[in-house]
Write a protein that binds this ligand. Structure first.
Ligand SMILES: Cc1cc2nc3c(=O)[nH]c(=O)nc-3n(C[C@H](O)[C@H](O)[C@H](O)COP(=O)(O)OP(=O)(O)OC[C@H]3O[C@@H](n4cnc5c(N)ncnc54)[C@H](O)[C@@H]3O)c2cc1C
Ligand code: FES
Length: 258
C-alpha cells in the first residue's frame, strides 16, 4: 500500500472548499483510494496547477469518510501554493498523492492526551475519532480557533490562544500543566517549540508520546532527502538522520532530537 516512491498522482474532485477561519480553509475531495487506505496522522501531497510551482504541498489528512470516499484537509494560506488551493471551487479537479507517511500508532489506553497547535490540529481530529477510552484534547492557536466544535463531538476540549481571544490566554502546554493533564499516551502535532515542550512534559510525567514533525518538504515521498530530522541512535554521533516524509511524520518523542 501507498509507500512506493514513484506512484502516479491521483485525480480528485473537489466537493467543497470553504473558509472556516481567517485564511484557513477546509477542502473536501472525493478520492476513494486515499479515503479507504488513510490512517490518522498521514498526509497527502497536493499539486498546484501553476507550472511554476512544481513541488507538491504536503497537507495532513484531517478526516476521512470511507463509505463515501471523501477526504478532508484543512489548510492555512501561507504562500502561493495554498493561495492557489483557496481559489478552487467545488466541481474543480485537483491532483494529489497519498496517503503518505506513517501515521499515529493507536494505543489501547484508558486515557489519552491530544495536543495540537495551529494547523497541527487537523490530523488529530481523525485520530481522536479512532482512539479508545477517555480523551482530553488541548488546542493552541495564535488568535481565534478552528475545528474546536468538531473535536468536542469526541472529547473534552481545552483551548489556549496567545492573545486570549478564545479560551485561556497563553500557550497550550501551560494550559496542560494548569488543567493537570493525565493519561498514558500523548499524541501531538504542531510547531517545533510546542513539540519540544510536549516532549519535556512527557519525560517529566513519564508518559509515552508520539509527535508529528513538520519539516519543509520537496518531494514528500522519500526521494530528495529534503526533510531530514535527527533521531537518537547508539552510534558515535549519538544520532542518525531520518526522513520526516517517509520515516515519519510521526516519531516517538523520546527518539527526537530538537
Ligand atoms: C507532513 C506535513 C503536514 C502538513 N499539514 C498541514 C496541514 O494540515 N495544514 C496546513 O495548513 N499546513 C500543513 N503543512 C504545511 C504546508 O505543507 C505548508 O504550509 C505549504 O506547503 C505551504 O505552501 P505554499 O506554497 O503556500 O507556501 P510557500 O512558502 O510558497 O512554499 C514554498 C515551498 O516550500 C514548501 N513549504 C513551505 N512551508 C512548508 C511547511 N511548513 N512544511 C513543508 N513544506 C513547506 C512548500 O511545499 C513549497 O514547496 C504540513 C506540512 C507537513 C510537512
Ligand atoms: S521531502 Fe523529499 S525526502 Fe522527504
Amino acid at each position: 500500500m501507498c509507500q512506493d516512491n514513484f506512484r502516479d498522482k491521483q485525480g480528485a474532485e473537489i466537493i467543497s472548499n470553504v473558509e472556516i477561519a481567517d485564511n484557513v480553509y477546509r477542502m473536501v475531495i472525493r478520492q476513494e483510494e486515499i479515503a479507504v487506505n488513510a490512517k490518522a496522522g498521514q498526509f497527502i501531497n497536493v499539486y498546484c496547477k501553476a507550472e511554476s510551482r512544481i513541488l507538491p504541498r504536503p497537507i495532513s489528512i484531517c478526516e476521512v469518510d470511507r463509505d463515501k470516499g471523501l477526504v478532508t484537509i484543512v489548510y492555512m494560506i501561507v504562500g502561493m501554493g495554498t493561495k492557489e488551493f483557496s481559489d478552487l471551487d467545488s466541481g474543480d479537479r485537483i491532483e494529489v498523492l497519498g496517503p503518505l507517511g506513517n501515521g499515529f500508532k493507536i494505543k489501547d489506553c484508558d486515557e489519552s492526551i491530544i495536543v495540537g497547535g495551529g494547523v497541527g490540529a487537523p490530523p488529530l481530529l481523525e485520530l481522536v475519532k479512532n482512539l479508545p477510552g477517555k480523551k482530553k484534547v488541548f488546542l493552541g492557536f495564535k488568535s481565534g480557533e478552528f475545528l474546536t466544535k468538531e473535536f468536542e463531538k469526541y472529547a473534552e476540549v481545552h483551548v489556549a490562544t496567545d492573545d486570549g481571544s478564545i479560551g485561556e490566554k497563553g500557550n497550550v502546554v501551560e494550559l496542560m500543566e494548569k488543567v493537570g493533564a493525565k493519561g498514558s499516551m500523548i499524541y501531538s502535532c504542531g510547531p517545533k517549540p510546542m513539540l519540544a515542550a510536549v516532549k519535556d512534559m512527557a519525560e517529566r510525567l513519564e508518559v509515552d508520546a508520539q509527535i508529528s514533525l513538520e519539516e519543509r518538504m520537496g518531494c514528500g515521498i522519500g526521494a530528495c532527502v529534503g526533510c531530514i530530522c535527527k533521531i537518537k541512535a547508539d552510534n558515535e554521533l549519538g544520532y542518525i538522520h531520518k526522513k520526516v516524509c517517509k520515516d515519519g511524520p510521526v516519531f516517538d518523542a523520546k527518539e527526537v532530537m530538537f
